[in-house]
Design a protein around this ligand. Structure first.
Ligand code: HEC
Ligand code: HEC
Length: 82
């Protein structure tokens, strides 16, 4: 292997390491896939996250002090089917 290739491989390793470090910290709860939330999974998929987020406020009005400003819910709380 040439030196250039080694540097490239090293770079890829570093990028991957950073990627895993960040994803490990990402522990914001996902939207639960239950009766209450199921329909939003399809809305988010078909009409976009913004369309689905309009409904969150119907029920979620109070947040803990640690909670970031509650806009764009699905930006942080991912809809991930189990
Ligand atoms: C019809 C009422 C209702 C709507 C609308 C609603 N939720 Fe919920 N949500 C609940 C209830 C009740 C709980 C707690 C029980 C549960 O986990 O299902 C909850 C729990 C959660 C949780 C916490 C899960 C956990 O791990 O503790 C998240 C995150 C969440 N909702 C996000 C959302 C988002 C994002 C939306 C909009 C797309 C939304 N909810 C819309 C009623 C609702
Ligand atoms: C900037 C990222 C961010 C946004 C935007 C956001 N949240 Fe959260 N949410 C968090 C974090 C981090 C926590 C965990 C800390 C806490 O419990 O306050 C959390 C916790 C929650 C919880 C409590 C469940 C649990 O696991 O503790 C609910 C319910 C919730 N969020 C709903 C919403 C809704 C509904 C919206 C939109 C109106 C929203 N969030 C927007 C980051 C976010």
């Amino acid at each position: 292997m040439k030196k250039k290739d080694l540097i490239f491989v090293a770079l890829v390793v570093v990028v991957l390491a950073v990627f895993f470090a960040i994803s490990g910290k990402e522990k914001t709860s996902t939207v639960p896939y239950d009766e209450t939330h199921q329909r939003f999974f399809d809305i988010a998929k078909n009409e976009g996250k913004k369309a689905a987020e309009k409904f969150c406020g119907e029920c979620h009005t109070e947040f803990s002090d640690e909670h970031p400003p509650p806009f764009r819910c699905l930006f942080c709380h991912k809809t991930k089917k189990p």
